[in-house]
Design a binder for this molecule. Sequence first.
Ligand code: MN
Ligand code: MN
Length: 476
Amino acid sequence: MPENEKKTQYQKLEEKLHYSSKNIWSEVDDKAVKGIFDCGEKYKDFLTRAKSERLTVKWILENAKKKGYKDLYAAKEIKPGNTFFAVNRNKNIALIKIGKKDIKDGINFIVAHADAPRLDLKQIPLVEDTEIALLKTQYYGGIKKYQWLNIPLALVGVVVTKDNKTVEIEIGLNDGDPVFIIPDLLPHLSKKVQDQKKAAEFIEGETLNLVCGNIPVKDEKIKEKVKLAVLERLNKDYGIVEEDFISAELEAVPVMQPRDVGIDRSLIGGYAHDDRVSTFSAVMSIFDSKVGDKTQVTLIVDKEETGSDGPTGAKSLFIFNVVGTVIDKLSKNSTDSILRGTMQKSLCISADVNGAIHPMYKSVHDEINDAKLSHGIVLTKYTGHRGKYEANDADAEFVGKVRWLFNKNGIFWQYGSLGKVDEGGGGTIAKYFASYNASVIDCGVPVIGMHSPYELISKADLYFAYKGYKVFFEQA
Ligand code: MN
Ligand code: MN
């Protein structure tokens, strides 16, 4: 800084007194702006394909293979610089980049989840009412039910047939495909049934049925003619019968593809930023990171939105088996205590979105502590609810380390919390990973309209999430 612009004593004092995050767009040069927009384009391509946790894992696996990642379980020998993948039930994947130092010194983990709120088909879903065929659903994750009415929905997932064959289903994602709709009630007749009820209650779970057909079979004797016609079509196109739904995982997800939002194209609207934006950033950052001293692992988990249970969730032993396998193949004499010691020395970013201040609902936010769009990746020391219940409360030392790393490397970051005290709350996978005695902090992109079918993020925040995760991998 030139002599005449030297900061006054008072300005220096102010800097010490105040924390203030900065709007990235006002700070960066043209080159960085180009980086931000290019990253946004890549992310939209990814999000267009990654409509479910299975499709997300498929995308990651395809791209990891293109980058030379090999199947961990098939590897005979492991050396620093080698890269591997390990897939769990097509819904959970780990990417591994072996570091130069002894793995027993700990691993740098970035963990994100690929599941997102949606409507799952019930196991016996198909019914007919008023000569309309309907698919009954059970919502997954925390949704506001009214947001899922009157929007085009696609059906994605798998059906396992009576011959034990897996059929992949994808209806509604391609141009020209039919879509599915849950129609709302017309305002002319909703006065008693909806309008006078509380917002949380006016749409009942059992009314979330997808319209899926209206043409009957031409057979006078059959009662449910439209339902039968739908089943005939499904059998013709996919070779499935009604009972096959029992062994199926079919999800109704919003069809709308990600789009730039705003005259300035600063934002991206899209389904499932929570948490495919963290998934994308965690995957791209390990793809692009240099081989570090420490081993790097991106872990993409499932079932975060419903409490991280089950074999593909963050509570599963999958990651222990992955790390155990790596240690086995590196040293040929791994023991349980080496594995536990490795986890204990590990550092982990729980890559997860946080709620950004909503200009129309500022009353629920603590404007000093909550995050803002375009102010960078959000460090969240603790989540939880009420008196910090069910929170991973990151150590000051670890928060300090990540903050120091980000500052040193020009990563735009900000602090974030989850609204005013007692306003609500929530959790992430952080507490489950912390139970392995690793140091864990929540760190991700701020979102407006979280858990809606079309959420909003800033391209600038996405870019610095990717950059920040890369710094963490290489230098933490
Ligand atoms: Mn999330
Ligand atoms: Mn969520």
